[in-house]
Design a protein around this ligand. Sequence first.
Ligand SMILES: Nc1ncnc2c1ncn2[C@@H]1O[C@H](COP(=O)(O)OP(=O)(O)OP(=O)(O)O)[C@@H](O)[C@H]1O
Length: 358
Amino acid sequence: MSTIRARLNIERDGFSLAVDLALPGQGVTALFGHSGAGKTTVLRAIAGLERAPGGFVAFDDDTWQDEARGVFVPPHCRALGYVFQEASLFPHLSVRANLEFGQKRVPARERRFDLAQVAELFGLSELLARRPQHLSGGERQRAAIARALLASPRLLLMDEPLASLDLQRKREILPYLERMHDALSIPIIYVSHSADEVARLADHIVLLQAGRVAASGTLTETLARTDLPGAFGDDAGVVFETVLAAHEEDELSRLTFDGGSLYVARRREALGSRLRCRIHARDVSLALERPRATSIVNVLPALVTATAATDTPGHALVQMRIGSAPLLARITERSRRELGIVAGMQVWAQVKGVALLN
Ligand SMILES: Nc1ncnc2c1ncn2[C@@H]1O[C@H](COP(=O)(O)OP(=O)(O)OP(=O)(O)O)[C@@H](O)[C@H]1O
């Protein structure tokens, strides 16, 4: 498996960045963190838009920066695509000409993607003749991503590509990003400070705090950590990778995961579809015995693996496993103490809300 390496040290007034990253060369890696944590700086340094003194950046055996050996490949010679917060299309060119501009940067036999295929993937086929000023913000951003891909990069860097869009447009564009993730095998580093966006798109996450890597790992395991207070705040929660197993009575569908089943409002997808769900810690409550009279549909046996304080005084985070799937519950410290919840206990987790992310 290919790997992205980035050893970067940058000093600015009031800010210092020191990271040593080894990222998987496949799937989506989210660079996540609060404003000012250094996410954009890392991305720009990987692209060579910013030169980290003494830095080292490589994609597989392609070394882009190795100051110890005097290597610094300029940004336009690195096989990467960069998508900015605001779509940067040429206003005087049609969408098609903008896409062709990306494509023409590479000789025909080295092109990895076909213009028609990428246009179709991003819902641009009907918009190819239009100028950027006649596109919506979401369409413009889709065209900017398509243009970056058509330059056949080995790595795609995306800096909060949805940041300039309103909620409605964000919702519109997310499915396109998911399709890109599923259809094209190109590694992506995706900067975001939205936990929901990350939960939806990422496979791997790097949590940056004040210029340092606070955590790096698979999305599932990192979101389930209890030792990162403040990182996810009120959005703390896990993701489950599930399979749509059955449609049942009462307009319910049953999803299976490695450890059990979850019921959700009936889905339209075909049986066997893979669906990613998000369960917020605040939507999970705990009981020591199996609740008999409860309106909650999803009640799952779980093994407590850790407990921790949260950044909200009076609240505790309880980490559990259901089979191999981690789950978090946020309960009051008083309840935790009165129920005597500690690692190693068997409990019943009542899941009040399951958000389907697809
Ligand atoms: N060109 C620059 N010159 C000096 N300082 C800068 C420059 N660009 C960014 N900074 C500072 O470096 C730090 C990291 O900024 P960076 O943009 O990497 O953070 P970020 O995590 O991407 O934040 P955001 O989510 O707000 O975009 C901040 O303190 C910022 O003020």
